[in-house]
Design a protein around this ligand. Sequence first.
Ligand SMILES: [Zn+2]
Length: 234
Amino acid sequence: MKETLTGIIIKETNYSETSKILNILTLEHGLISVISKGSRTMKSKLRGISMKMVYGEFTITYKEKGISTLIEGSLINSFKNIMNNFSYMKYANLCVNLVRNVLKENNDKRIFICLRDSLVKINDGFNPEIIYYILSIKLLDFLGVKPDFNYCINCNGEDIITFDLNIPGAICSNCYHDTYLFQSNTLKLLKLFQTIDISKLSKLNITNIKVMEELGYFIKEYYDSYTGIYYTIK
Ligand SMILES: [Zn+2]
């Protein structure tokens, strides 16, 4: 059945002498595999749209099980700024690779929206490290291990002063003993990242280096301990 899908290519693998297998994360069907026949030859009309990070419309012969076939495609956003900026590219790749890992656990269609919005914002010049952190926090929900920053893990109290990564859980002032104290802004941001709509971000600057370090530390520790996914920052 011929269908036109909106998607982002998250992986390309060479196949036979001239073709590629593309893993496309689509709005309509989640992750699909597509063969792009002849796309490695210079004259192929599929060449330009058969690469990792291409965000476009793909007309394919869709097979629910097995590999679909790419017929034609057109770009929606070429992510020109990402392609021309080393740092943007680094974080865009980290976003795509993390999404790929999450998709092994959950093929929820909303993951496409999260990735698309993240790449668009990186391309628009938002701090790519912050976007990566926001995406990382949002994806925890799809892994079934969303952290709760609102209530104390011991007593359900709301006067949260830190988060104990060993438990894991938020800790209130009454239950606090000796665990690491996160900056209150770090905890506020982590909570905000869970609910923020990435596409509606108009500005978000974090100038406090300590807070940025703690965000990276929290997210890496949380992923490494509770998701089975090894989290990469650099
Ligand atoms: Zn408590």
